[in-house]
Design a protein around this ligand. Structure first.
Ligand code: PLP
Length: 495
């Protein structure tokens, strides 16, 4: 039986998996969700004997039911290969009472690689299946990590172009250097005078612009999205939660069926939503612990049932979580609204017009799987510092936000279940913040001296992704205003 995908804002818009991947966003701005969440079809014992790639197949085949076995395995094998610096793909490190699931061993040393290394292959396969002859233009807004991971995934992939917008002053120096040095004639990287939410809103507007779409179609292009709203990003992210559980089982850290907790440093709500799907597939997960930085709109939402983005936007040392509109939350809202597209659409329209919405008590009752909290900037630094002092293990700022929230969760609840913390970036990517937290004596060093020092104190080799940008040439210098974004796109495509 084929699994269908339906828009969260229009019950009449139903598509196949490959169509959902191609479109990215549904007409009218909704997100595609599977009409039901499939159940794992092999036992946890069997999974515990499988490789990352084998588990990826077992999970993804349940969602991408219009892909043949050969197609899907082809995509998986092209994605999870030696681009990753370990055969485990996502190794786990035990430190100070938690299992850190390292999702940063891909080509840009952040967790976005887990999905973006496979998305281009899923997209090309989807295009072929649907007889699409236009070139696919990937349009992405990034707060740092998505951009580079998408660029790395799509660069040089025939039949695609990729345009990435980032907030000029809202990403780390290393993130910026990674992006502006991107090679590949099919890539364009543009800084905007604005924050991430403005970049994202600008991209969403272009997706909804019918005139622009017609112009592009005449020039044989069509847009698609690599943002975390694409179901082709969400589904590959479910895999590593299943993998983490199966490794804990294989290493006898838990018994079969024993529940674990998962802690996720959250921005757009994609990563933790994947954990929610994993749980609903039958993976024994107890609490989904949602960690925010000082942009704690999600914490407030779980506390009060009110989602309110009308607040000061804080630039933190965990910039990939500096987000006030968590796009993927819509998929959860849709679900707790009883899969009622009209009800969901009304709330989302309210978010646009008033910047906030409130869910009903009945909906709030369905959020029992979640625990939300936040870690402020000082606490985040202290978490990095203390973990290093106590164990020698160095984590990045985003992961530290999660570790800080896990400490609060344990204090609040006394829960001692085995817990997996999603470790979303390599500390090398945020070397300045990380090293500054460990010792202020490092504050005067330049970026690459810091990287070398980090390598020394953590006893970890400098990742290839960092070595590569040391002397790389800057290739992308375009900066524009938010309202100039469509023209930048036209110019690049000469449409
Ligand atoms: C994107 C990102 C996050 C947030 O993930 P979401 O899926 O957007 O919630 C956290 N940490 C890092 C390092 C990221 O790049």
């Amino acid at each position: 039986m084929k699994l269908q995908y339906v828009s969260t804002r229009d019950a009449s818009e139903v598509v196949s998996a490959s169509q959902a991947i191609l479109k990215g966003l549904a007409n009218g701005g909704g997100l595609f969700v599977p009409t039901q969440i499939p159940q794992l079809s092999v036992s946890l014992q069997e999974l515990s004997k499988m490789s990352y790639q084998e588990i990826a197949y077992e999970v993804m085949k349940l969602y991408l039911t219009d892909f043949t076995e050969e197609e899907l395995k082809g995509c998986i094998n092209r994605a999870y290969d030696d681009k990753f610096d370990t055969e485990e793909i996502a190794p786990m490190v035990y430190a100070d009472g938690a299992y850190y699931l390292e999702l940063f061993h891909g080509s840009t040393i952040a967790f976005k690689d887990m999905a973006l290394s496979i998305l281009p292959h899923l997209m090309i396969t989807s295009a072929r299946k649907n007889n699409v002859s236009n070139d696919i233009v990937i349009l992405t807004a990034t707060s740092g990590d998505t951009g580079k991971a998408a660029l790395a995934g799509f660069a040089g992939v025939e039949g695609t172009k990729i345009i990435v917008f980032y907030p000029k002053d809202g990403v780390s120096p290393i993130q910026k250097k990674q992006m502006v040095t991107q090679v590949g004639d099919n890539t364009l990287v543009v800084g905007i005078n604005g924050n991430f939410d403005q970049a994202q809103t600008g991209v969403k507007k272009m997706f909804a612009d019918k005139e622009l779409a017609e112009e592009l179609d005449k020039a044989h292009y069509q847009f698609s999205s690599a943002n975390s709203i694409n179901i082709g990003r969400l589904v590959p992210q479910i895999v590593y939660y299943v993998y983490a559980y199966s490794k804990l089982l294989a290493n006898e850290r838990i018994k079969e069926g024993e529940k674990i907790n998962v802690v996720v440093p959250t921005g757009n709500f994609g990563n933790i939503l994947a954990a929610f799907y994993a749980k609903n597939m039958g993976l024994p997960i107890d609490k989904l612990i949602c960690a925010s930085n000082e942009n704690k709109v999600l914490y407030d939402f779980f506390q009060t049932g009110v989602y309110d983005k009308n607040r000061e936007f804080v630039l933190t040392n965990s910039p990939s979580m500096d987000i006030l509109i968590s796009s993927n939350l819509e998929r959860l809202i849709y679900r707790i609204a009883g899969e009622d597209a009209e009800k969901n659409a009304a709330l989302m329209n309210q978010l646009v017009s008033e910047g906030k919405y409130e869910i009903t008590d009945e909906m709030r009752e369905k959020l029992g799987d979640f625990y939300g909290n936040y870690t402020d900037e000082d606490e985040t630094g202290k978490v990095i510092h203390d973990l290093y002092e106590d164990t020698g293990y160095v984590i990045d700022t985003h992961t530290a936000v999660a570790a800080g929230v896990y400490e609060k969760y344990k204090k609040d609840t006394g829960d001692t279940k085995a817990t997996v913390i999603a470790s979303t970036a390599s500390p090398f990517k945020f070397a300045r913040s990380v090293m500054g937290a460990i010792d202020s004596a490092y504050d005067d060093m330049d970026d690459f001296a810091l990287v070398d020092k980090l390598s020394e104190i953590a006893n970890v080799k400098v990742p290839k992704a960092v070595e590569e940008i040391r002397n790389a040439e800057i290739r992308h210098k375009t900066i524009c205003e938010v309202d100039e974004m469509p023209q930048v796109v036209r110019d690049f495509l000469k449409a």
